[in-house]
Design a protein around this ligand. Sequence first.
Ligand code: XIL
Length: 343
Amino acid sequence: AGTLREAAEGRLLVGAAVMSRRLDDRGLATLVAEQFNCLTGENEFKPAPIHPQPDRFNFEGADRIVAFAQAHDMEVIGHTLCWHSQSPRWMYQGPDGEPLSRDEALRNLEGHIDAVMGHFKGKVVGWDVVNEAISDAGDDHLRNTLARRAIGHDYIVKAFELAHEADPDAELYYNDYDNEQPEKREKTLRLIRELKAAGVRLDAVGMQCHFRLDEPDAPDLLDRAIAAYAAEGVKVMLTELDVDVLPRRTRGADVVTRERGGADPYRDGLPPEVAEAQARYYARIFEVVRKHPGVVTRVTFWGTHDGASWLNSFPVRGRTNHPLLWDRDLEPKPAFEAVLETL
Ligand code: XIL
């Protein structure tokens, strides 16, 4: 098979996150339609862009992604309904920044979920109901978000209940980053058990998989975490896969900035040996995926070509990253061949 979607046919969803305006680019649109069978809106379905004010919705970009997907026989993933970032303040906070009452915040969350899921009923196969709710450190397994401060510890259960009521046919996912790491994996298992105990529908755990070439143990940890989640009876999706090639540490305080030098070494292109190392890294990830058939049901890349990746501006703006399968000229990289062979 010459394309990812052909290679994955009938077995696996292979997706990409796209920004709707990038679909104006004919070359990119062709590549997306040929290679993938599944799309995620990179920003378009998030609470702030789609529901900026209590009585204002903006479905344009998201509708565009849905129309493109339908035209090319692709599934659409809804990302995301409840998140501490890219969410409008009015949803959980009063005018002076104080948390809304539980009832007010729950009404807002319900209104949001009903309207957005209702709009896409039958067009979106599943939703990241809650994104990134688990804490990075400390005993408290949940992040202290605005939604939690307003609604209470059970806001995640509530969000899943509301989502299931809004569209009983939609799959419902819990999505997070670093959840292959043992500490966060254990917290995630705890959350899964809480959700199960509350009797809510939970189809899959989304593992973002923002990996780094200089973190070689992540694929092994991924393997173990997938097995642990599967043992709880949920499916697993790799939802935001990319492999950062730039030298930096994101955990801990010593993020290397451009100012400190040496942090943008591949401005003029990715050296062949690094491209090969990245290809091997991707192959390793897809070997892990292959070990869990029927458990890992989707792999979505967070972007298409290297120039379109969020990692060119995160955590430091204006660098030249190369995390994806195609280069800036839309030429396939060694990583593409590796994924295609391993899939
Ligand atoms: C990122 C987008 O890629 C950027 O365009 C935007 O500026 C910020 O958000 N985890 C997530 C995604 O769940 O929604 C984030 O997407 C990347 C990290």
